[in-house]
Ligand binder design. Structure first.
Ligand SMILES: [Zn+2]
Ligand SMILES: [Zn+2]
Length: 210
């Protein structure tokens, strides 16, 4: 008999929670219910996931990798254990979100609590690209306050650019002075030239004339 709540077979379930004590399924359901995350103010604030050492008894709930290099456990529901590879995939997918303070966090795949993204993970190029995309969206949509909040956590976003775009270009194309001012406060200038040779006022696909 499996566990309906967890959609896990007893064997898989015992592997997931095997790092502590071998529970019966009923015990787990009782424990999980009492630990059910409550919608509180604290829950909205990002918490630091517990990083635990991997061993044969700890299995990633997403990929079922039995020998992951390292695992993270959600501190709210305490049941969601994920390996770093899957956490990255989750963040780069739709799991990475901007919280109310402008911080880039991810929601627990199981209970949706907001969890901090580690400094190491934030250095990953795919994760950075995802964060940059979120930032550019706020610039594009004239959301100065949101952009300011995001910059307070990740100032590098203001001067980041791809070969054919930059926040300054987007703000200049919008002719949005408050956004241009904000970006310049963080070191971006109207003279940041893109790889394609454009500068912000000319970035709508038109190259500067020689
Ligand atoms: Zn995994
Ligand atoms: Zn959780």
């Amino acid at each position: 008999m499996g566990c309906e709540t967890h959609a896990l077979t007893p064997v898989r379930l015992s592997m997931v929670i095997g790092f502590k004590v071998m529970h019966t399924c009923d015990t787990i359901i009782a424990t999980t219910r009492s630990n059910m995350p409550k919608i509180t103010k604290e829950r909205k604030d990002a918490t630091k996931p517990t990083v635990i050492k991997a061993s044969a008894t700890k299995v990633c709930t997403i990929c079922s990798d039995k020998k992951p290099t390292a695992l993270q456990r959600c501190t709210t529901c305490k049941t969601s254990i994920t390996c770093f590879k899957c956490v990255k995939g989750w963040i780069v997918g739709d799991g990475g979100i901007i919280d109310s303070t402008g911080k880039f966090v991810y929601s627990c795949p199981t209970c949706r609590a907001h969890l901090n993204i580690s400094a190491t993970m934030l250095q990953d190029s795919d994760v950075k690209t995802q964060l940059y995309k979120c930032f550019l969206q706020e610039v594009k949509n004239y959301k100065v306050d949101n952009a300011r909040n995001m910059l307070s956590h990740n100032p590098w976003l203001a001067t980041e650019q791809t070969s054919n775009n930059s926040p300054m270009c987007v703000a200049a194309n919008n002719m949005h002075i408050p956004m241009l001012q904000l970006l310049s406060e963080y070191g971006a200038t109207m003279f940041d030239k893109l790889e394609i040779g454009c500068m912000p006022p000319h970035a709508t696909g038109r190259q500067l004339q020689p």
